[in-house]
Design a protein around this ligand. Sequence first.
Ligand code: SF4
Ligand code: SF4
Length: 172
Amino acid sequence: MKELDSAFYERVCGECGLCCDGTLFADVRLREEDDPKDLLTLGFKLKRRKGFYFFKQPCQARTEQGCKVYEKRPNRCQAFECRQLLDLKDDVVTEAEVLDTIRATKEIIGQIDELLARAGDSRKNKSLMQRYEHVLSEPVDLSEGEEPFEIRGELSGLMEELDEQLNEKFRV
Ligand code: SF4
Ligand code: SF4
């Protein structure tokens, strides 16, 4: 298994961010090695459940340029490697193929984002799943004719497609 250098993570994970923006995970649970005080100092809003600290995604430390607390990111973040990274390390895929997979996944996400906005939810601080559930929980305005139903139908098809893509290409 080959090692990936930090420039690789900048190039590839910088383009992706699916493990930070709420697409792959709803939250990040801290490990015993993490000091919650350090993360609170960095501005993380920690919650506690069954004795464990966690923070919700989309992660507030995620920026267009990548993780802004990269050197001090929680241990779970440091340890996580998605299927794409593992396959690249094993020479199952090339970097160009990984980037293609990320672009294809982002294209589905872009279509979902657009439909969610058309359905009235453009919130950027919520994950796609949170926005999708919110849209579905809202009553349909019957004065808008068939459109709300068509949007919901398209959304559910695309969410399924995204889930399949995440299962096949990213989840481990
Ligand atoms: S999902 Fe994989 S490729 Fe994307 S940012 Fe996370 S580790 Fe990097
Ligand atoms: S701390 Fe950094 S690596 Fe961890 S979820 Fe947030 S942005 Fe991603």
